[in-house]
Design a protein around this ligand. Structure first.
Ligand code: 7TS
Length: 405
């Protein structure tokens, strides 16, 4: 049985009719749809067990705490983290990257360097720009080659004794490029830099093992992997997290407080001020359980097959340009494309009229758009519930757009 035959019935939204057509949802890179188990787990939590966590002795408070901390344990196993203390629950990838940019750059000196890449999402650019302006740091970027890969020779030239942080994406949300994380981290480490990896487009599709990746920090967003919005994961190597001063304060993140000073709480709570996203943690547990039941290897295989099919189908159409590395290179589950003579927004609107949801625009990666010489692209992206006939439908509909022109 192909994976979509197992999963499709689990996603209530797939029963929707949009503009007179059955929904074909090809926008999971922006946010995936949710299986019934995730929706029901969150609703059950609110109906039965809601209370605040880490403070109440009563039964509901204890249940909520157990559920919230249980999500941490589940994530720890899912990503191969050594201990639960290394898993900080945030509000999302953007939130995690802001936290890291603030905390890692706080102690840096003017002239120290932060290295990002040309293929980053704005959420892995702007927090470093803000920190660079504040601390008078130099922000540099590794260029992207003509075939959509990171230029590793340029990386070597850009790394210097002043490089303090190297922050880069695991998988590009536009090109689909899967970057060689271990290789980049090894080179950064030799230069003495801390490494931050944006896993937003990797965690939904690849089996992750923090002990193999070789980075210091890794962040991702559960809402792109069948889970809820409003929660994020920040993994940090224990000694790196220990060395980090918190930059956000409030309840929960302290052990003892006097009017003029405080003693920080232990890891990971030191970085989780305030009431956390509890129902979202419950949904996260259900999403990870769902993915684990399918098996991440199988999930990745299914999505790679859909990606290959879309790449081949779209690339064969006259007047259609497909972006990113060639199909022979292993890629993430996104295919960005342009249709000659049509603005990407028109492509998306015309597809939407047929019930097909794709994203169009700059994909929050304007520097990459500048590099590619386009204002934007259309982009189809895939998840466990997508079927090969949906890809055929996309390709046929894009072909029809051309013939209308
Ligand atoms: N990093 C990458 C690589 C992303 O693709 C995204 C979201 C983010 C960070 C930010 O994640 P958030 O959960 O904090 O918003 N990417 C997209 C996208 O490609 N289309 O919509 C959101």
């Amino acid at each position: 049985m192909r994976l979509h035959e197992i999963t499709r019935g689990d996603f209530p939204v797939l029963g929707r009719v949009v503009n007179g057509h059955p929904l074909v949802y090809l926008d999971s890179a922006a946010s995936s749809q949710k299986p019934r188990t995730v929706i029901e787990a969150m609703s059950q939590y609110y109906a039965r067990s809601h209370a605040n966590v880490h403070r109440s002795i009563h039964t509901l408070g204890e249940e909520a705490t157990e559920l919230y901390e249980g999500a941490r344990d589940r994530v720890q196993r899912f990503i191969g983290a050594q201990s639960r203390e290394e898993v900080v629950l945030t509000r999302g990838t953007t939130d995690g990257l802001n936290l890291l940019a603030d905390a890692l750059c706080a102690g840096l000196a003017p002239g120290d360097e932060v290295l990002i890449t040309e293929m980053e999402h704005h959420s892995n650019i702007i927090p470093w720009q803000l920190a660079a302006r504040r601390q008078r740091l130099a922000l540099r970027a590794v260029p992207v080659t003509g075939s959509g890969l990171l230029d590793l020779d340029a990386l070597d030239r850009l790394l210097s004794a002043r490089t303090r942080v190297v922050a880069f994406t695991h998988v590009s949300n536009v090109l689909g490029t899967i970057n060689p994380v271990a290789e980049v981290c090894a080179r950064a480490r030799r230069a003495g830099a801390v490494t931050v990896v944006d896993g937003a487009q990797a965690a939904p599709h690849l089996a992750l093992d923090m002990s193999l990746l070789g980075c210091d920090f890794y962040v991702f967003s559960p809402h792109k992997m069948l889970g809820p919005t409003g929660i994020g994961v920040l993994w940090g190597r224990r000694e790196r997290l220990e060395a980090l001063e918190p930059t956000r304060g409030g309840g929960e993140m302290i052990k003892e407080v006097w009017l003029d000073r405080a003693q920080w709480n232990d890891l990971p709570w030191r970085f989780e001020p305030g009431t956390p996203p509890i129902a979202e943690a419950v949904g996260l547990t259900a999403a990870v359980e769902y993915l684990e039941k399918l098996g991440m290897d199988r999930v990745g295989e299914h999505e790679r097959a859909l990606t290959r099919q879309a790449l081949a189908g779209l690339a064969a159409l006259p007047g259609v340009r497909v972006f990113g590395p060639p199909a022979s290179v292993s890629r993430g589950a996104v295919v960005a494309f342009a249709v000659e003579g049509l603005h990407p927004h028109d492509v998306a609107a015309l597809l939407d009229a047929e019930g097909i949801a794709v994203r169009a625009g700059h994909h929050c990666a304007m520097p990459l758009m500048h590099r590619l010489g386009v204002v934007g692209t259309a982009r189809a992206s895939f998840s466990v519930f997508n079927a090969p006939d949906e890809i055929d439908h996309l390709v046929r509909t894009v072909a029809d757009l051309r013939s209308v022109l």
